[in-house]
Ligand binder design. Structure first.
Ligand code: SF4
Ligand code: SF4
Length: 90
């Protein structure tokens, strides 16, 4: 299990500051990776990031609402096939 950042993310970054295992990374380039993403292999499901997000963008994977389920795969792809932690800030 992991937590998932969905398309409600506005890149506010509050979640990054509270994650105890530093498993949340910003997506770059923004036109390809518009949200922040949680590394599903590193997330310990502590839930600390959920109240840190003012946009309700973060959900436990099993509880992602139907209209946001299409955003789940991006969290996996960003680290498995995308830039992941090396995305930098450009
Ligand atoms: S998930 Fe929420 S707290 Fe994290 S970067 Fe996106 S908007 Fe900010
Ligand atoms: S649930 Fe915990 S470990 Fe997982 S991304 Fe959120 S703060 Fe980090």
């Amino acid at each position: 299990m992991t937590h998932i950042i969905t398309g409600l993310c506005m890149r506010y970054a509050g979640c990054v500051e509270v994650c105890p295992v530093d498993c949340i990374a910003p997506g770059y380039p923004i036109d390809e990776w518009p949200y922040y993403y949680i590394d599903p292999d590193a997330c310990i499901d502590c839930g600390a990031c959920v109240p840190a997000c003012p946009y309700n963008a973060i959900w436990p994977e099993a509880e992602v609402p139907d209209f946001l389920k299409g955003d789940i795969q991006g969290n996996y792809d960003f680290f498995a096939n995308g830039p992941g932690y090396d995305a930098g800030s450009g």
